[in-house]
Design a protein around this ligand. Structure first.
Ligand code: PGA
Length: 245
């Protein structure tokens, strides 16, 4: 069976004192019956690693460069993330696709760079409201995932996928468990056709997951946990979501 996974995506939030307090509360509320990790801004990876070391709470980054090293000002390589003990790197978050014009091919290259250093890419896919209204949801998420499957080839089964409908992110408008499950089933079928191992792959849901809707989402057969934005910044809320998993 698949063990549930809950990943906090802090985005560009936090400060050293606030992070230390949040992580201490997260550690204090263990054990969780699920895998738990936080993806923090690059500059906090060192502190986070020091505080979470020797615990079963993992940590990761919110992005990674597709390049191994070189003249890429501002970028952070997978080897650097590996040095910081990252277990995960989010790639292809809709905010990066939208504000940094990340293409499906670039997202795939980033996923490959992460895996090359033993870091699990959490590959985000999801449709906009206009795409959903136009009946394009399936086609959009399949296209986004297919680029990554193609690039990772025989390693594709090592990624984690996160379905994050853009219209549900930070809006308070969650996909219903049934809406999310329908897309997760499509993604799992696609992963199964490509890898033959979809039964052991984790597909997370993200988009306005809160303490009071997490359990219903996580109860769906193809929802293996969550990628949590806003609610991962409040210890009590994030702990409740981890417990719901
Ligand atoms: P949200 O963000 O939980 O604040 O909607 C989720 C995400 O963007 O990963």
């Amino acid at each position: 069976m698949r063990r549930k996974l809950v990943v906090g995506n802090w985005k560009m939030h936090g400060s050293r004192p606030a992070n230390a307090e949040l992580l201490a509360e997260l550690l204090g509320a263990r054990p969780y019956g699920a895998d738990v990790a936080v993806c923090v801004p690059f500059v906090y990876l060192g502190d986070t690693a020091a505080q979470l070391a020797r615990s079963d709470v993992g940590w990761g980054a919110q992005d990674v460069s597709a390049h191994a090293s070189g003249a890429y000002t501002g970028e952070v390589s997978a080897a650097m993330l590996q040095e910081c003990g990252c277990r995960y790197a989010i790639v292809g978050h809709s905010e990066r696709r939208a504000y940094h014009a990340e293409s499906d091919e670039l997202v795939a290259a980033k996923a490959q760079a992460a895996l090359g250093r033993g870091i699990t890419p959490v590959v985000c896919v999801g449709e906009t409201l206009a795409q959903r209204d136009a009946g394009e949801t399936e086609a959009v998420v399949k296209r986004q995932l297919s680029a990554v499957i193609h690039t990772l080839a025989h390693c594709a089964a090592e990624m984690v996928v996160a379905y994050e409908p853009v219209w549900a992110i930070g809006t308070g408008r969650t996909a219903s468990p049934e809406q999310a499950q329908a897309v997760h089933a499509v993604l799992r079928a696609q992963l199964q056709a490509a890898t033959g191992h979809a039964g052991r792959m984790r597909i997370l849901y993200g988009g306005s997951v809160k303490a009071d809707n997490a359990a219903a989402l996580f109860a769906m057969p193809d929802i293996d946990g969550g990628l949590i934005g806003g609610a991962s910044l409040k210890a009590a809320d994030f702990i409740a979501i981890c417990r719901a998993a």
